[in-house]
Ligand binder design. Structure first.
Ligand code: CA
Length: 223
């Protein structure tokens, strides 16, 4: 899953981006409203963390423009403490949730998990596919109750497929949702990571749909 973080406080943005990275997300960071708006308008993020007080273009304007243009990704806004009117304006402008500063990192992570869960129609933080379980709270994966060690990119790939279980996901969609904008996307191919996941989890769950991409199939039937 790939997130956009728009926060002009550079130190805070660095801390949040580090925590999001550790939680298994690819993260792009923008430090002003214009850049944030541009990225959210052109890149397919799974969720956005948007500060409201931003230079160049304020967060409410950014959010309003995205929504006017039909950009429907989940957005968590960061508001100043005790500014209830900001929360109301933000939600009315199309925010899905808000967090008042200062906040605990764990709360931000829990709210993002909830947004991603809702966006993909899942009821629980633990995603399952046959004997595979992925816990989005701990970023841990198990196979038949035994822990499976995955690299950050393997985890991201599996997490994206599990959130979109049963649907064919193209290679280009995977590339867009697994890597941040600074990543050299040419040097790593999705096929390599799919191969590694199959070796670790069994070949039958991630199916290749010729010419279209991959599908995670909980029945494990090889098509
Ligand atoms: Ca700010």
């Amino acid at each position: 899953m790939r997130l956009l973080l728009v926060e002009d406080d550079v130190a805070l943005a660095g801390q949040l981006a580090a925590a999001l990275g550790e939680a298994g997300y690819a993260v792009d960071v923008a430090h002003d409203g214009e850049e944030g708006h541009f990225l959210g308008d052109t890149e397919p993020y799974d969720a956005v963390v948007l500060d409201l007080g931003l230079p160049k273009l304020d967060g409410l304007t950014v959010l309003g423009r995205w929504r006017d243009d039909g950009r429907a990704m989940p957005v968590l806004i960061l508001t100043a403490r005790d500014r209830w009117s900001d929360k109301v304006a933000g939600i009315d402008a199309g925010a899905d949730d808000y967090l008042a500063k200062p906040f605990h990192m764990e709360e931000m992570l829990a709210r993002i998990r909830a947004l991603l869960r809702r966006a993909s129609g899942h009821a629980s933080n633990e995603l399952r596919c046959g004997p595979i379980r992925l816990d989005t709270r701990t970023a841990r994966v198990s196979l038949e109750d035994r822990a499976v060690g995955l690299t950050a990119l393997e985890y991201r790939l599996l997490s994206y497929l599990m959130h979109h279980q049963g649907r064919v996901v193209s290679r280009s969609e995977l590339i867009e949702h697994l890597y941040d904008q600074n990543f050299d996307r040419d040097s790593n191919t999705i096929e390599v990571f799919v191969g590694r996941l199959r070796r670790k989890l069994g070949r039958q769950w991630i199916q290749t749909v010729r010419g279209l991409g991959y599908r995670l199939d909980p029945s494990g039937h090889v098509s």
